[in-house]
Design a protein around this ligand. Structure first.
Ligand code: DGY
Length: 376
């Protein structure tokens, strides 16, 4: 059966399709102001390539798509053939988008960075603590009416204060997580990234001096040579890489075996960065090891065995799910598409906040292939 679609501003001279309902109104106002008729799919089901192609039809100017859809070269060719010139994802990560295919079709690919940095990092912190302090296990215990009195050894977990946090991938979100863990819990930081994060290193150094000036122990920040070096020394390892061929199953059985037996692994990047079968086996054989997962390998499914593990906390890919953030993502996606359609310059700028309220700049906030399209 066909999906239901709602059409806003049906008289608009441009046609934009939006493959899921989005929160807030600003994104829609921006598209309407750009003279777009906006067709929104009302179904929660993931749209297949064929369903999106069918909806694009013979004429479509732009699309806002989702991370659950397969935006392959063929789909971009279809959009271009329908006269389409604009596409934005409603997400920062674009591993499901064939950017080269989009570029070949002449279509800019928008994404939504900046608004979800702290929000996603906060969820990584929440998962770190939920796993390390056994919050879900203990909650389940309470609800089952099994608490019959305080005991000295009940649900003992990890002490974070002064321990070592490892960050793999120290870009925007990884660095925000690192700062939260260092500032909040005086953890020492080790990180692995192809690039040095000088800003973060300086911050930790300045913060350390402040602590010392107040009579507290210093904290340290070290960029280690290899991923394995981080895995060996960290008490908590949080993953913040993109997903591509080089990071698929980055955390596998061999690397899990390098981690401390009572370490915590947190993944709020993309599920396939971790070999989930290997993780399940590792958690089974290492009951003191813990994992906090915002993402799983075969979303929405969990690999067999994950569900029965008390030492794993898992949530359904909600790290960016706060009202402010999800509305901000919608605004950026809307601004990307409206900006392209109005011929505004393509930006790849981190400072997206000016788009969120008041009069937005006459630009497209974030286009990942702007340079390839010759616009930067
Ligand atoms: C993203 O933006 O890539 C997240 O996974 C969803 O917010």
């Amino acid at each position: 059966m066909g999906k239901e679609w709602t059409v806003h501003n049906p008289g608009g001279s441009r046609r934009v399709i939006v493959t899921k309902q989005l929160p807030g109104n600003r994104w829609l106002d921006m598209l309407v102001a750009a003279d777009c008729a906006v067709e929104v799919c009302e179904s929660d089901d993931v749209l297949s390539v064929d369903e999106i192609k069918e909806r694009i039809g013979d004429r479509c100017d732009g699309v806002i798509g989702q991370l659950t859809e397969d935006w392959n070269a063929d789909l971009f060719a279809k959009l271009a053939a329908a006269g389409g010139t604009a596409y934005s994802k409603y997400a920062v990560g674009y591993n499901n988008v064939d950017v080269a295919g989009a570029t070949a079709a002449g279509i800019p690919v928008g994404n939504t960075p900046g608004v979800l940095t702290e929000t996603t990092a906060e969820m990584a912190v929440a998962l770190t603590f939920a796993a390390g302090r056994r919050v879900v296990e203990a909650d389940t215990f309470m609800r089952a009416g099994r608490f019959h009195g305080w005991l000295p050894t009940m649900y003992m977990g990890t002490r974070f204060y002064g321990a070592t946090v490892g960050v793999i991938g120290c870009g925007r979100i990884g660095a925000a997580y690192a700062r939260m863990m260092v500032e909040g819990f005086k953890m020492n930081l080790v990180y692995f990234d192809l690039y040095r994060n000088e800003h973060l290193e300086k911050f930790v150094d300045d913060y350390s001096q402040l602590l010392v000036a107040h009579g507290e122990d210093p904290v340290t920040c070290r960029r280690l040579e290899t991923l394995e070096d981080v895995l060996r020394v960290a008490d908590v390892v949080s993953l913040h890489t993109v997903l591509d061929d080089s990071t698929h199953h980055l955390i596998n059985a061999e690397r899990l075996a390098m981690m401390k037996d009572d370490a915590i692994l947190v993944n709020s990047s993309r599920g396939p960065v971790v070999d989930e079968v290997a993780l399940i086996e590792h958690c089974r054989t290492h009951p003191d090891f813990k994992a906090g997962l915002d993402v799983v390998e075969d979303e929405p499914d969990m690999k067999p065995g994950l569900v029965g593990l008390d030492n794993v906390v898992v949530v359904p890919h909600i790290a960016s799910a706060t009202v402010w953030t999800r509305q901000g993502m919608a605004t950026l996606a809307g601004a990307n598409v409206a900006g392209i359609l109005q011929g505004y310059p393509l930006w790849q700028d981190d400072d997206v906040l000016p788009f969120l309220e008041g009069e937005a700049p006459q630009a497209t906030p974030s286009i990942v292939n702007a340079a390839d399209l010759g616009d930067l």
